[in-house]
Design a protein around this ligand. Structure first.
Ligand code: PEP
Length: 253
């Protein structure tokens, strides 16, 4: 399957931003963007706004994502939210293993694997984040790090699950810093990740979408999205402004 046969996905990660009213207003503004018929769009508000944003998005092409989940369906896990609960509130996707979760909340390759399996087996599409830090890049171990992070997930998955998941390559040094990976460097990392998946299940890996994340903006999106193994974008800061996010969406086609 070629680049153009994979539907681009543009995901907005709103992180810990926006009140309920602001989240609903932003969701409505995103839903007003002219979205190409072949482009998928999801937004990931804070948990407390999921229900209201779900209502605001009914009847629109914009999907809803959680920013994290727990792998157990229910139980004594104070502060956590499960895959069935995200489904219940209207989510189709969930971000897993974002570098901020790995860095500040003790997320490990093992918890990322458990969460990914829980999402897949509840019918949610996981957006599994991998990426190297600046020290790792400068130490020449980028591929070793992202390969290890991805293998932790792939080794536990069936081929259909590999095809269904979304991978997000997010170099940590590019997140929220205004420093974007060069499109040619990003392409190399994406091709490496797809190849890694191909080693597990050749056909499935052709269908897996690999998003780029890290300071994607309206003026660099088109060049990144034109790369043969970049199938969309996970957007942080620039997704908080509907006009800017809309320009990124339109860059996808
Ligand atoms: C992100 O949070 O996933 C991200 C890529 O952030 P930003 O676009 O702000 O770098």
């Amino acid at each position: 399957m070629t680049h153009s046969a994979r539907r681009p996905l543009i995901a907005g990660n709103w992180k810990m931003h926006n009140s309920l009213a602001e989240s609903v207003a932003l969701a409505r503004a995103v839903a007003d963007v002219r979205i190409g018929p072949r482009t998928d769009v999801v937004v990931a508000p804070v948990f407390t706004a999921l229900s209201a944003v779900a209502q605001a998005l009914v009847g629109t092409p914009v999907g809803l994502a959680g920013q994290d989940l727990h792998w157990e369906p229910k139980g004594a896990f104070t502060g956590a939210i499960s895959a069935p609960m995200l489904k219940d509130v209207g989510c189709s996707h969930v971000i897993i293993g974002h570098s901020e979760r790995r860095q500040y909340f003790g997320e490990t390759d093992e918890s990322v694997r458990n969460k990914t399996l829980a999402a897949l087996r509840s019918g949610l599409t996981p957006i599994v984040c991998v990426g190297e830090t600046l020290a790792e890049r400068e130490g020449g171990i980028t591929f070793e790090v992202i390969g290890r992070q991805l293998d932790a997930v792939l080794n536990a998955c069936e081929s259909s699950e590999i095809a269904a998941m979304v991978i997000a390559y997010e170099p940590v040094w590019a997140i929220g810093t205004g420093r974007t990976a060069k499109s040619s460097d990003a392409q190399l990392a994406h091709a490496f990740l797809r190849d890694r998946a191909r080693h597990k299940h050749a056909e499935a890996a052709d269908r897996t979408r690999v998003l780029y994340g890290g300071s994607v903006k309206a003026d660099n999106a088109a060049e990144l999205l034109a790369q043969p193994d970049i199938d969309g974008a996970l957007v942080g800061g620039a997704s908080l402004d509907a006009e800017t996010f809309g320009r990124i969406i339109r860059a996808a086609g």
